[in-house]
Design a protein around this ligand. Structure first.
Ligand SMILES: NC(=O)c1ccc[n+]([C@@H]2O[C@H](COP(=O)([O-])OP(=O)(O)OC[C@H]3O[C@@H](n4cnc5c(N)ncnc54)[C@H](OP(=O)(O)O)[C@@H]3O)[C@@H](O)[C@H]2O)c1
Length: 144
């Protein structure tokens, strides 16, 4: 999912580091995107940029926030994650529903400058509608 949006950052001349728990598996993705694209670990991604886009199944958010609490502090985090009971379990989906998903994400990613972004856009939309749809959203999110 993040790959779809990151392509537009690269086209606009920005370096992007795609991260994974298995960065070797991203080699094929970055190979076709030119010298501004690279792959790395999650720690490398957090250290790399001023702005992070996080898109993981919502049930993974508490663990990510716990594992990287220190390095995530004060980072601008664009949170594209949605809580879906069928995938993420009823507890966290209910929490997000009752308290609001932004508040819930902020709880699990403490100390971040969290912005909800891109969560309503299917990845195909980002690929197909490109800059017109994507860039205004990035710029708005980064000014908040
Ligand atoms: N797909 C869309 O069009 C779309 C649109 C709007 C919002 N969203 C939201 O964006 C998020 C990701 O969606 P997706 O379709 O990209 O899902 P996905 O492909 O299932 O997951 C994205 C990545 O999350 C990482 N991940 C999975 N389980 C993890 C765990 N337990 N701990 C840490 N990382 C884990 C995996 O990366 P590695 O295994 O490489 O580390 C995986 O490649 C979801 O919350 C979804 O609701 C998706």
């Amino acid at each position: 999912m993040p790959g779809a949006g990151a392509v537009h950052h690269i086209k606009a001349g920005h370096p992007v580091l795609f991260s994974s728990r298995h960065p070797d598996e991203l080699k094929h993705l970055v190979a076709g995107l030119g010298f501004l694209a690279q792959a790395g670990t999650v720690s490398q991604a957090i250290g790399f940029g001023n702005v992070l886009l996080i898109a993981v199944p919502y049930h993974a958010l508490p663990q990510v926030g716990q594992d990287y609490v220190d390095s995530l502090r004060n980072k601008i985090v664009l949170d594209a994650c949605n809580a879906v009971a069928a995938r993420d379990g009823p507890d966290i989906a209910d929490e997000a529903e009752q308290n609001g998903i932004g508040i819930t994400s902020q709880k699990y990613l403490p100390g971040t400058r969290l912005v909800r972004a891109f969560n309503t856009l299917n990845y195909k939309c980002r690929l197909e509608n490109s800059e017109q749809a994507y860039w205004p959203l990035v710029q708005t999110a980064c000014r908040i």
